[in-house]
Design a protein around this ligand. Structure first.
Ligand code: PLP
Length: 392
């Protein structure tokens, strides 16, 4: 079927976090292009299985079906040639719960854990809230693209003795799809130092043209045996409100440690989430193909618009995700001023770049997964505000 991603839904009436701007930003009239969910309806096969399930009026605790495991196994093999076994999988109520549990299970309080700044804000708290030490490997900005600083990365492990690395593969907020060479270099460093890679691959199916995702664990037997991969249908199929992910841990000893922590902290899987996820994995590709084409055209539109009409703001073209990292440093503002400029002058709700780490100061993140009219309106608002600024 043909999906209409131009359709605007009233999400606020259903308390979508993204649209409850008064609570989030403390202001009315702000157009929201922030948190990573899409303003698009989900794939029809997801709705069909949910409707069918709702016909049965009892929603008790659930077992995980063979069909669910099988759908994940088939998907990872067909997309990436990665052969995963059922026993390696642990269902968690989301990727961040899995990342937090992995930090607790594979490191000790006081251990150093590496992240690559700027990065998804909850990575920072997954380290510091669990009383581990932050070991930061800043990404390098080269030609408006993030690159790995391998020498610095090696120092974090070989010199500073870090014990684990939270990898964002693909990268949020920069949309980098890490290459096999980059992943191999990072893996050799971490594993050579006796550490574990916690690979968050939540955005791995939102890959844009010309790029391909490599699961970290698929690189070699060593990378598989020294890592946990967090995989989820939530970003790909726009069902993050279902809070479900799969932690894939080929190493039995690591899996046992993970399960001890998981069992203490997390409950059983959500019945509707598993059903929705399986339908998405098995029958969601027609929708996914169309949504990726729509996202890609929105990104082209936004990047072109900034370049032509708002050259003070430099968009980073993502290789994956629907997120655009905006370099706003040429607006010449202190970061607090910048945040207020977007909220109060432009009246658009973006993600604050500084929340992704000190390297994010002077940057904002825009979510382009919305109907084109919303994106157009946001860009016009930003342009108008910049025009006023130019006259000052
Ligand atoms: C890189 C990354 N990891 C994890 C999450 C959140 O995952 P979950 O809601 O499954 O905890 C997000 C959401 O934006 C994300 O961008």
């Amino acid at each position: 079927m043909r999906y209409d991603f131009d359709k605007v839904y009233d999400r606020k009436a259903y308390l979508a976090s993204k649209w409850c701007v008064e609570q989030v930003f403390g202001r009315e009239g702000v157009l929201p292009l922030w948190v990573a969910d899409m303003d698009f309806r989900v794939a029809e096969p997801i709705l069909t299985v949910l409707r069918e399930r709702l016909e049965h009026p009892i929603f008790g605790y659930t077992m995980v079906s063979e069909g669910f495991y099988d759908s994940v196994i088939r998907r990872l093999e067909s997309k990436y040639g990665w052969k995963v076994e059922k026993e390696w999988m642990v269902i968690t109520p989301g990727v961040m719960p899995a990342v937090n549990a992995a930090v607790c299970a594979f490191t000790e309080p006081g251990d150093r854990v590496v992240l690559q700044s700027p990065v998804y804000p909850p990575f920072w708290s997954a380290i510091s809230d669990n009383k581990r030490e932050l070991a930061v490997n800043p990404l390098k900005l080269a030609d408006n693209r993030f690159e790995l600083d391998l020498d610095d990365f090696k120092n974090r492990f070989e010199r500073d003795g870090a014990k684990a690395f939270i990898l964002c593969n693909p990268h949020n907020p920069g949309g980098r799809v890490w290459t096999k060479e980059e992943l191999t270099a990072m893996g050799e460093t971490v594993i050579g130092a006796g550490g574990v890679v916690i690979s968050d691959e939540i955005h791995c199916e939102l890959i844009l043209k010309g790029h391909s995702h490599v699961p970290f664990a698929s690189i070699s037997e060593e990378s598989a045996m020294n890592s946990i991969t967090c995989f989820s249908p939530s970003k790909t199929f726009n069902i993050p409100g279902f809070h479900t992910a799969v932690a894939i841990i080929p190493n039995e000893a690591l899996r046992q440690k993970f399960n001890e922590t998981r069992g203490r902290l997390m409950g059983a899987p959500s019945i509707l989430a598993l059903i929705a996820a399986e339908a998405a994995f098995r029958h969601g590709d027609e929708w996914l193909e169309q949504v990726l084409a729509y996202i890609e055209s929105n990104i082209d539109y936004a990047v072109g618009y900034f370049n032509k009409n708002i050259p003070e703001v430099i968009p980073m073209r993502p290789e994956a995700t629907y997120l655009i990292w905006l370099d706003c440093r040429n607006l010449g503002m202190e970061h607090d001023e910048l945040r207020s400029f977007f909220l109060d002058d432009a009246r658009v709700g973006l993600n604050d770049g500084a929340a992704f780490g000190p390297e994010g100061k002077g940057f904002m993140r825009l979510n382009a997964a919305c109907p084109r009219v919303i994106l157009e309106e946001a860009l016009v608002r930003i342009e108008k505000a910049v025009k006023v600024l130019r006259k000052r």
